[in-house]
Design a protein around this ligand. Structure first.
Ligand code: DAK
Length: 257
């Protein structure tokens, strides 16, 4: 039987997804994107979902981009449809109600960088290489890069990266705010386990509320966004989670969420 294109490992609601096409540096073809979409639709329906971590198989690449060989002969209509499928899939990832983290373990180029940008944040191994090199292939980013990259790193840096196509190392990615942290490649797994423990120990509804407040609030003026926070803060007091969390503090024990 063939290997799964997306490996799914579930640790009590903290789900690790691994793009599994290492021989092609995990390049995103329609089959990988279709499988990612299928997995995300399943995750959307889960009330017990707490967080999603996403990485690439092997030690060389997170994702080296959209599959160039597959894209090469596309007509404009086919290209538009391919990009629409990926845009819709990345939107599903972005709007999952739980924290999502890209664990970038190597090349993170083109569609790979766009995949990382659709996550809430990214951490990288020190051998990671980032870039939007599409102009070197005669196209522009098609999976959201021209829109999510400037929102993450600012328009000037996004224009630099999208028009020069230059590649940057993990240290520069950290400096410009493309990633939240950089570590030795051997430490990435330990970091993933630490994240799993940290996120697994927090109130799941509270994490969802924090994500909703930040995501939805960013699209609103400050006063409306503060009102949104206020409503979500009050909502947290309507469930058992707040009672357990605060009782645990007072009783000097760990909460059991
Ligand atoms: N697509 C397909 N195959 C890829 C690939 C990719 N993006 N990247 C690597 N591979 C394959 C290589 O062809 C090679 O396959 P074999 O020859 O072994 O069969 C295998 O992975 C190993 O790669 P290399 O031999 O090249 O490994 P190196 O260490 O020498 O180089 C590299 C690693 C990452 C520097 C190099 O592979 C590379 O430059 N890859 C391409 C990086 C890139 O340009 N990425 C951006 C892709 S374009 C749109 C839709 C989408 C997009 C744009 C528009 N519309 C529909 C409008 C998005 C575009 C992109 O993402």
């Amino acid at each position: 039987m063939s290997e799964k294109l997306i490996e799914v490992v579930d640790d009590a609601g903290i789900v690790r997804l691994t793009i599994n096409r290492p021989k092609a540096l995990n390049a995103l073809n329609s089959a990988v994107i279709g499988e990612l979409e299928r997995v995300l639709v399943e995750l959307e329906g889960r009330d017990d979902l707490r967080a999603v971590l996403i990485t690439g198989a092997g030690e060389k690449a997170f994702v080296a981009g959209a599959d160039i060989a597959e894209m090469r002969d596309k007509t404009p209509e086919q290209a538009r449809d391919f990009a629409r499928q990926a845009l819709a899939t990345f939107k599903r990832l972005e709007t999952l109600p739980v924290p999502t983290v890209a664990l970038v373990n190597g090349f993170c180029l083109g569609g790979g960088c766009e995949l990382a940008l659709a996550c809430d944040w990214a951490v990288a191994s020190d051998n990671a290489v980032f870039g939007q090199p599409e102009v070197q292939l005669g196209v522009i980013p098609g999976f959201g890069g021209t829109q999510r990259l400037p929102r993450r790193v600012g328009p000037a840096m996004a224009l630099d990266l999208c028009t020069t196509g230059r590649k940057i190392d993990a240290a520069e990615a950290l400096r410009i705010g493309l990633v939240n942290g950089v570590m030795a490649q051997g430490e990435l797994e330990a970091h993933a386990e630490e994240l799993t423990k940290q996120l697994g120990g927090n109130g799941p509804q509270a994490m969802r509320a924090a994500k909703q407040a930040i995501h939805d609030g960013m699209d609103q003026d400050l006063d409306s966004a503060l009102a949104l926070e206020n409503a979500l803060f009050a909502f947290c007091f309507a469930g058992e989670e707040q009672t357990e969390g605060m009782n645990a503090f007072v009783e000097k024990r760990k909460p059991n969420f």
